[in-house]
Design a protein around this ligand. Structure first.
Ligand SMILES: [Zn+2]
Length: 112
């Protein structure tokens, strides 16, 4: 069972208390962007086996959105951080690299 610690209220919540929100760190393209950029924003999502960055909402708790870094193949959680973050905290990136030395950071993931 997936258990994430909500960074907003500090409660460890299992997946029945959470609502998934899809991939995190998607760059939103607005007016003036190309059709390809807007299409990618709407439809293109990563679906890795391994490290993934996701949006979650503590639906049956504080109700706030947050971001989580976890492994999709083992459910190992590397950390959670506020949804207002534009970059992944260095502590989480260090934890990922320690557990998975051959992990290649996607370009869209920026260190803090
Ligand atoms: Zn919460």
């Amino acid at each position: 069972m997936l258990i994430l610690t909500c960074p907003c209220c500090g409660i460890k919540a299992d997946e029945t208390e959470l609502a998934p929100g899809g991939e995190a760190h998607i760059k939103r393209h607005g007016p003036g962007s190309s059709d390809a950029e807007f299409e990618a924003y709407l439809f293109t999502r990563a679906n890795p086996r391994g490290v993934h960055f996701e949006r979650w909402r503590h639906a049956y708790g504080c109700g706030k959105w947050f971001l989580a870094a976890r492994a999709t193949d083992t459910l190992e959680v590397f950390g959670t951080y506020p949804a207002t973050s534009t970059a992944v905290p260095d502590a989480i990136l260090s934890r990922i690299r320690a557990r998975r030395p051959d992990w290649i950071k996607p370009d869209r993931i920026k260190p803090a």
